[in-house]
Ligand binder design. Structure first.
Ligand code: UT7
Length: 356
């Protein structure tokens, strides 16, 4: 059998309409626009409204990615949803998304903090390479605002809600994942943690009163971890792919803090036009951050077929994940996607495929 590669054929993202600026926050939190911008680069974030759920935001992002790819529900062989804020602890939110999208395939949720989408992308790529599945949707979604302590200024000003999705499809044309790294430093698991509910700390009135249900973060520890891990991991995946930093056409890092991104960019000596930064507009959307940044960059035409992307994420666990991913050829927007070889189209089509 010919070797199979993952072609990224569709992308989409969704963020709630409700935009909250730093000055809006400063009305009820002891903070300032100056502090938030200078420490994190964040200017505003989207915060979910009552009707938004992680499942509905995931489904909307996935619908947009499917439409963009020209993929119908029956074409999809597998669904992965990465999130730390599922609608419920049980069932897996991926099953709700699968239902909302009208898919009939299997679905799973990856709970790997901000790193979850890249973990999901690597998992999907493995299924494609083995020939197990042809078409896979990978979503990263987070409704983190409902898990934040709005009285804790050290966390609540940093995060935002949203979802991003991609459609991967098997192709025999070389593209997709050249290398990856999935990492975990579990000894630091308390650096980002929501203690309750969970089997370690089942819900009690005392725990709720102690606000154990909200996300806590040791910002300085995570900052140190991120600045030492991001650039180093990116270097390793480049080496594995036998590439140098100049071969990267677009660097799409996890959007937690503009200063962390700047640090990695300096280490790799990448020019600003090759780096995607949208943390100023979205804040840290955790598992949704890389797919939203990826989807925005592709929609804006910042990358074209054949370009080499570098995706790097870090987060709760503490975990990290990186990949070097080549964009493949566009495919004709036909529901008859099964005949993969016949769907590769012309150069004009390539451009159309990217900006449609
Ligand atoms: O995706 C998950 C990954 N998470 C991250 O990547 C977060 C990584 N960490 C960071 O981005 C940074 O550590 C923060 C943005 C969280 C904080 O920046 P920092 O420069 O490390 O600040 P700090 O924690 O050292 O705090 C400095 C001061 C403290 O006051 P004192 O003790 O020096 O008097 C804080 O109490 O800033 C104070 N502070 C605030 N002041 C105004 C903390 N939060 C706020 C706030 N507004 N919201």
């Amino acid at each position: 059998m010919a070797r199979l590669y993952s072609n990224l054929i569709g992308w989409g993202h969704y963020a709630p309409d409700n935009i909250v600026t730093n000055n809006d926050l400063a009305k009820f939190v002891d903070t300032s626009d100056e502090w938030i911008q200078s420490r994190s680069g964040i200017k505003q974030r989207h915060i979910a409204e009552e009707h938004d759920l992680t499942s509905t935001m995931s489904s909307e992002a996935a619908r947009r990615a499917m439409k963009q790819a020209g993929v119908e529900a029956e074409d999809v062989d597998f669904l992965i949803v990465a999130t730390s804020s599922p609608d419920y602890m049980t069932p897996p939110v991926s099953s709700q998304v699968q239902d909302q999208l009208g898919l009939t395939c299997g679905a799973m949720t990856t709970l790997v903090g901000c790193t979850g989408f890249v973990y999901g992308l690597v998992t999907a790529d493995q299924f494609i390479q083995t020939g197990a599945f042809k078409t896979i949707i990978v979503v990263g979604a987070e409704l983190i605002s409902r898990n934040l302590d709005w009285e804790d200024r050290t966390t609540c000003v940093l995060f935002g809600d949203g979802a991003g999705a991609v459609v991967l499809q098997a192709t025999e044309t070389p593209c997709g994942m050249r290398s990856f790294e999935l990492g975990s430093e579990g000894a630091s698991h308390e650096a980002i943690i929501a203690y309750c509910p969970g089997t370690a700390e089942p819900i009690t009135h005392e725990r709720i009163d102690a606000r154990r249900q909200y996300l806590r973060m040791n910002g300085r520890e995570v900052f140190k971890f991120a600045t030492t891990t991001m650039g180093a991991s990116l270097k390793r995946v480049l080496e594995k792919a036998q590439l140098t930093p100049d071969s990267v056409d677009l660097f799409i890092p996890h959007q937690a803090n503009a200063r962390i991104i700047e640090y990695a960019v300096k280490q790799m000596n990448l020019p600003p036009e090759k780096v995607v930064v949208n943390v100023d507009r979205y804040g840290n959307t955790s598992a949704a951050s890389v797919p939203i940044a990826l989807s925005e960059a592709l929609s804006e035409g910042r990358a074209k077929p054949g370009d080499t992307l570098a995706l790097v994420a870090f987060g709760a666990g503490l975990t990290w994940a990186s990949t070097i991913f080549d964009l493949g050829p566009p495919v004709a927007k036909s529901p008859k996607r099964a005949q993969l070889k016949e769907t590769v189209i012309s150069e004009e089509g390539i451009v159309e495929g990217l900006i449609a």
